[in-house]
Design a protein around this ligand. Structure first.
Ligand code: GYE
Length: 321
């Protein structure tokens, strides 16, 4: 064959091969099993949307299971992901303890695990690759620092604080309580007079605030809520008791969801500490690396701010959740 002809032919064969190559050799889509805590708050809804949307955009197959705030449902979901031989398991653990057994099962099946949002207490840190989430102790400190500042500006009068805690045994409830206490402990005039869980929901937040109001009445000066939803529920209880939320009772909460910005603009909430639920992009990115055997940081922290009521109107249009 004529040499140029042969080159042309070879070129054509090569072109054909490379045209079909990406298809023939295209990697199988990554399959992630994700066990979500539930749908208890605005934060959680935004978190679920971020993970589902990113997976879709990135061509990742996401097997999603909602645990309705129950650890036993999460354990079941993780076991089912192991049985389905997913490439990676991710989950946001409802509580911190009790994960060793099921995580050992995942490790034995050689399926890597990524924690999102909440941490676990395990004896062997190799049971998970990384934790992507916020620093909840620091969020509690930020809430406490805002209150210290408020107290100083208002003549350092004694303030009785009631606290609505998140889900019992969950990392954000434990850490937000600890961070807040650490900061206000420096001021003897700030006293937490009652603390109880409101399970991170509006309904429970309202119910527990009603009970606080019934037993303590007007002696309550401040509410510290571990999330915005409980604060919003409590606002209703305070109004129904004939008091003015944000004035008669100063309200400090955490998350920074739109509902909180609206409450601040209505003068009913004083401050929210940001906790970003938009973890989808960092999760998918870390998942790809872990599955490819690349190193990832053991702890990936999310950047966050503090938003007092004065900036609410200006900030609301920028809020993505
Ligand atoms: O603050 C709360 C949600 O784990 C950070 O869970 C999350 C918390 C969030 O229900 O609203």
């Amino acid at each position: 064959m004529h040499p140029t002809r042969r080159t042309i032919l070879a070129g054509a064969v090569l072109a054909l091969a490379s045209a079909t190559l990406p298809h023939a050799m295209a990697a199988k889509p990554l399959v992630i099993g994700f066990s979500q805590v539930g749908a208890e708050s605005e934060w959680r809804t935004a978190n679920t949307a971020s993970i589902k949307d990113t997976a879709k955009k990135e061509g990742v197959t996401l097997k999603f299971a909602d645990a309705q705030q129950r650890q036993e449902n999460q354990v079941k979901a993780i076991r089912s992901f192991i049985a389905q031989k997913v490439d990676l398991i991710a989950f946001s653990p409802v509580v911190e303890s009790g994960w060793d057994t099921v995580l050992r099962e995942a490790k034995a099946a050689k399926i890597p695990v990524i924690l999102t949002d909440r941490s676990v207490n395990v004896s062997d840190p190799s049971l998970y690759a990384t934790l992507i989430g916020s620093d909840f102790v620091e969020e509690g400190r930020k809430a406490g620092r805002w209150l210290l500042d408020y107290a100083k500006k208002n003549g350092d009068k004694p303030l009785n604080i009631v606290e609505l805690q998140g889900t019992v045994g969950s990392a954000p409830a434990i850490d937000r309580k600890a961070g807040f206490e650490e900061v206000i402990k420096g001021n003897p005039k700030l006293r937490v007079v009652r603390t109880q869980t409101g399970d991170f929901t509006r309904a429970k937040g309202k119910e527990v605030m009603e009970a606080f109001l019934k037993s303590l009445g007007k002696s309550i000066n401040v509410l510290y809520a571990h999330n915005d939803d409980m604060a919003i529920g409590a606002i209703q209880a305070i109004e129904e008791a004939g008091l003015k939320p944000g004035k008669d009772i100063i309200i400090v909460s955490i998350d920074g969801v739109k509902g909180a910005f609206q409450a601040m603009m209505a003068g009913k909430l004083n401050v929210t500490v940001e906790c970003s639920p938009l973890l989808g992009p960092q999760l998918i990115d870390a998942a790809r690396k872990v599955v490819a055997g690349q190193p990832v940081e053991k702890r990936i922290i999310v950047n966050e701010g503090v938003f007092p009521a004065e900036v609410a109107a200006k900030e609301l249009p920028n809020r993505k959740y």
